[in-house]
Design a protein around this ligand. Sequence first.
Ligand SMILES: [Fe+2]
Ligand SMILES: [Fe+2]
Length: 155
Amino acid sequence: MTLKILLTTAVAAMALAAGAASAEDLNPQTRANLEAAMHGEAFANLKYLRFAEVARESGNDELAQLFESSANVEANEHFAREADALKLDGTNDANLVDAMAGEQYENVTMYIGFADQAEAVGDLRAAAMFRQIASDEGDHYERYRAAAERLRQSR
Ligand SMILES: [Fe+2]
Ligand SMILES: [Fe+2]
């Protein structure tokens, strides 16, 4: 790396550290794009890890390593940088509120809707899976709600 690139990188890092832009300062479209990008990166990470398993089971270690190395970049570089830009990690209270909202949406709305749609077109096994996962998400919601309550009582 040349000195010029190093200096440019350092200046950019200082500008970020100075808090030039908090997540709230971001344009709503930029925030939405960051969310969409993070969904894609998280999905690619898990998908590539499954592809790597297939490659390894078929005896192709080189291909397995290619998928694993890409999966690592998607999660630990791309997702991580986008999450930092979005200031994803708040306080424990805020994180629990965020997690509860997601689990409740999946429990009450999303998976039930998916199950109803699958049933309507005769995909009964998929429908049953959606209902079972909806129930799991309800358990997740309940655990987060209880943790939030314990956190409040510990003060
Ligand atoms: Fe990526
Ligand atoms: Fe969940």
